[in-house]
Design a protein around this ligand. Sequence first.
Ligand SMILES: *[C@@H]1O[C@H](CO)[C@@H](O)[C@H](O)[C@H]1NC(C)=O
Ligand SMILES: *[C@@H]1O[C@H](CO)[C@@H](O)[C@H](O)[C@H]1NC(C)=O
Ligand SMILES: *[C@@H]1O[C@H](CO)[C@@H](O)[C@H](O)[C@H]1NC(C)=O
Ligand SMILES: *[C@@H]1O[C@H](CO)[C@@H](O)[C@H](O)[C@H]1NC(C)=O
Length: 534
Amino acid sequence: MQLHISPSLRHVTVLPGKGVREFIKVKVGSRRVSYRMLFYSLLFFTFLLRFVFVLSTVDTIDGDHSKCSTIGCLGKRIRPRILGRRIESNIPEVIYQILDKPVSKDEVQGKSDIPQTLEEFMAEMKESRSDAKSFALRLREMVVLLEQRARTAKIQEYLYRHVASSSIPKQLHCLALKLANEHSNNAAARLQLPSPELVPALVDNSYFHFVLASDNVLAAFVVAKSLVKNAFSPEKFVLHIITDRKTYSPMQAWFSLHPLMPAIIEVKALYQFDWLSKGKVPVLEAMEKDQKVRSQFRGGSTAIVANNTEKPQVIAAKLQALSPKYNSLMNHIRIHLPELFPSLNKVVFLDDDIVIQTDLSPLWDIDMNGKVNGAVETCRGEDSFVMSKRFKSYLNFSHPLIANNFDPNECAWAYGMNIFDLDAWRKTNISLTYHHWLEENLKSDLSLWQLGTLPPGLIAFHGHVHVIDPFWHMLGLGYQDNTTLADAETAGVIHFNGRAKPWLDIAFPQLRPLWAKYIDFSDKFIKGCHIRAS
Ligand SMILES: *[C@@H]1O[C@H](CO)[C@@H](O)[C@H](O)[C@H]1NC(C)=O
Ligand SMILES: *[C@@H]1O[C@H](CO)[C@@H](O)[C@H](O)[C@H]1NC(C)=O
Ligand SMILES: *[C@@H]1O[C@H](CO)[C@@H](O)[C@H](O)[C@H]1NC(C)=O
Ligand SMILES: *[C@@H]1O[C@H](CO)[C@@H](O)[C@H](O)[C@H]1NC(C)=O
């Protein structure tokens, strides 16, 4: 018999083997409990409670049928019925005592003879005909060992997923390198974007202005292509792509060689914005400090992993909090849209993990009632998993600063596809508030919130949000794999928020085509870097 625990701990498989069948037959025969029944109970118990599967096996080994200890009897009562029948059992108390004792840290350290599988364990028991106490001690050792292994595997799995989602796949690296090379060798890849005669459109409020901040060329292209392709009047669309220093030349090369006429595309690196080069930029300073605090956060990653009393999910969350991804300038820069685009009065801000499936110009017809940020709410909706986000999901309400200022049940909203009324924004102190709270969070050692730009966003835009129809922004495609293709197709904009980004191997295969269909896989750069449709 083999006991196999999957790293996700969702599946426990018990494979019957010859030895066990014999064992159970031998021990069980006299008790009129069928092998099959015992096998099912074993399976069931293993699944439900880590120790309970003992119950069915134990009494066949050391069955003192006359006594019924209180815990033993309780165990008898709480045990589930198998195939409508209870399994009769009297468990010696010593077994409960041994199994109930808290596990100490180095309990199984240095012991090399612990059975590694149920099969070995059973064989050993069969051979030695142990008493209940040594049975329980052995079992305990085995279960502790298996648990430690499962725990390690689980943390590893979380880490792999985290690494997989935050690192850049080699195909995308390849693409950036090839494009950078093209940029230096081919004048056609160095066009000014947009061309000089279209520059006035960049500050003309009769156009529809979109802003996208990204350091991922392919992702940015899918957003741009899907935006333009689904537009009724693409010639009225201006997309401002903001990128960082290292991505600037690949981005410029790509959009020079793959123009999306008649739409107007601007590619600009952050350092090229006047406002940012004028000196003091609070977001940059805050980020620098933030990075410093994070690297020492709770003793750094080694200390976090070393704590073996913590749940794997908690460990994974703490490690994630250290990730530079949550601190990238591309993420924080949206709080300075009014300063970055001083002549525009309204923009739609897009994340790079979305796909647009409809014409977005009607967003300009939405009456924002004087509010600054048009966003979808994330606390109501059919999908109770994705749509369950309130302030308490993001902010630490055990902290008095948060508890005294905000309502834990206030509905959260989403970044990803937001209408920003920059005129209204300029009349507020939103950016100041944002920085004030970033500072507070740093001062209190990241105890107000841990991750990302949404929590300070929720605070800064508090009272400045206008709720728009959920059609405009469907969330969760990067972490909920039960979203169907048909459902996703009905949304105006879909958002692959979560780990399973469509450009990664861990993307959900049924949803990836919604993203991949905007890429020409026969393109020489795409093909040259082995980027494939699936
Ligand atoms: C491990 O985590 C637990 C639960 O959060 C905490 O109480 C304990 O102090 C931590 N141990 C170490 C060594 O950090
Ligand atoms: C997906 O599963 C979650 C729970 O896991 C559920 O709340 C949600 O309604 C499901 N969504 C769909 C589209 O079936
Ligand atoms: C913005 O902050 C300044 C200084 O703190 C204050 O004087 C002003 O009234 C605030 N404006 C708004 C609209 O809250
Ligand atoms: C939340 O705030 C409380 C009170 O300051 C603090 O003790 C706790 O560690 C914070 N929680 C997190 C997850 O930072």
